[in-house]
Design a binder for this molecule. Structure first.
Ligand code: NAD
Ligand code: PRE
Length: 361
């Protein structure tokens, strides 16, 4: 791929443009809000000047409700040889394209399974998709050349391609993305009326569960409007589990020994099902979750501290597989949890201690 056009230079469009530009693709940027395209260009994502001839691939990264119309308008002016979109839902936009008579041979629907709770070009990063799944939903009509360009884009973004049917994709994301978003919002919504004394106690658990509750409501209303049925079906099952859990907890509070034991069994069964479900979440690069060991390091909230830790881990010859940062409330300090292969954990702890870091058990 030599040239690309990114239409919609928000979080996802700009992140793709940054990745493509860094790998030598000439990227043109377009947004119905010119300020967004100019901001993306200022970040080094590409050029706002229109291409002089059709680009190799047009990437449509606008909200789901506008995907079909944006693709049709771009095709009407002959913008590209091939088209793809990155919307979070696939069935609805494809049906709209069919209804509009769009040539499906030159289009493939895709969805990178990576994002952030923030929107806009300023939240974009070139490495957003690295190691993440990226769904591709070709149809029998899709040209091989178009599918190959889409696969090249996924490879340039260092993501992991997953080919599937559009409706199967929508049912899958109802389970692994859309329902989790609503559950996160439901938990966070309980905090709106909470006492300040309770909120002060927020630890890492609630931070993990509510991170995505900060997402843009307008974007999510758009996504959920395009996939309401499958999400409602799963939420109805969650509601049954919730009812059963409330009953089990009430029984747990009972002084009757038999009722108490039933309650404990009900709650334990849910927690075990949770363990089993969590074990099914794939690790980095789509591999089965690895059993990493954590080395926890205390850092002060100063510029360059993280870079220094990673440099010291690198100097010790240890590959950091994953990382989490826990900020201490009201203090200029935090705990960095470095996930490494079990064999490497003692090596890393010793090396970091020798370099003056404080390691937490
Ligand atoms: N946010 C995520 O985590 C995530 C992850 C994967 C896929 N997606 C999908 O990617 C797409 C973009 O999401 P985002 O998070 O980058 O949103 P965003 O709000 O950050 O960016 C969307 C951009 O599209 C522009 N836009 C809106 N309508 C337009 C139109 N008709 N023509 C041209 N530009 C238009 C907006 O001005 C904005 O700059 C959506 O379809 C979303 O479902 C989002
Ligand atoms: O990490 C996040 O902030 C996300 O929620 C990203 C996430 C997801 O559910 O995984 C959200 C919606 C997108 O369609 C794809 C990715």
């Amino acid at each position: 791929m030599r040239t690309a056009l990114v239409i919609g230079t928000g979080l996802i469009g700009t992140s793709i443009a940054l990745a493509l530009t860094s790998r030598g693709v000439r990227v043109h940027l377009q947004d119905h809000d010119p300020e967004q395209a100019l901001t993306a260009a200022a970040l080094g994502a590409g050029d706002t000047a229109p291409a002089e001839e059709p680009v190799d691939l047009a990437v449509v990264a606008v909200p789901p409700a506008h995907i079909a119309a944006t693709l049709a308008a771009a095709d009407a002016r002959g913008a590209a040889r091939a088209y793809l979109d990155v919307g979070s839902v696939k069935g609805g936009p494809r049906r709209e394209l069919v209804a509009a008579g769009f040539d499906l041979a030159r289009y493939v629907g895709t969805h990178p399974m990576s994002g952030r709770e923030r929107s806009g070009p300023l939240a974009a990063t070139a490495d957003l998709f690295e190691g993440r799944a990226w769904a591709l939903t070709p149809t029998p009509e899709t040209d091989t050349e178009v599918l190959n360009l889409a696969l090249e884009l996924v490879a340039l973004c260092r993501a992991v391609p997953v080919v599937m049917d559009a409706d199967a994709h929508d049912r899958a994301v109802a389970l692994v993305s859309h329902t989790p978003q609503l559950l996160s919002s439901l938990v966070a919504a309980r905090l709106t009326a909470a006492e300040e004394s309770a909120v002060r106690l927020c630890g890492q658990g609630i931070r993990d569960v509510t991170r995505i509750a900060a997402s843009d409501p307008a974007m999510w209303i758009d996504i959920l409007s395009a996939n309401p049925g499958p999400v409602a079906d799963i939420l109805a099952e969650v509601a049954e589990d919730l009812d059963a859990t409330v009953r089990a907890l009430r029984a747990l509070a009972s002084t009757d020994a038999e009722e108490h034991a039933d309650g404990a069994a009900g709650v334990a069964s849910l927690l075990r099902r949770g363990n089993a479900g969590r074990r099914r979440v794939p690790g980095k690069h789509g591999a089965a979750p690895a059993a990493y060991e954590t080395v926890a390091v205390l850092i002060s909230d100063r510029p360059g501290e993280l870079a220094r830790i990673f440099a010291d881990a690198g100097a010790a010859g240890v590959n950091v597989e994953d990382v989490r940062i826990e900020h201490a409330t009201g203090q200029q300090a935090g705990l960095v949890q470095l996930m490494v292969d079990p064999g490497a954990a003692p090596v890393l702890s010793t090396a970091l201690r020798e370099r003056g870091w404080s390691i937490r058990a």
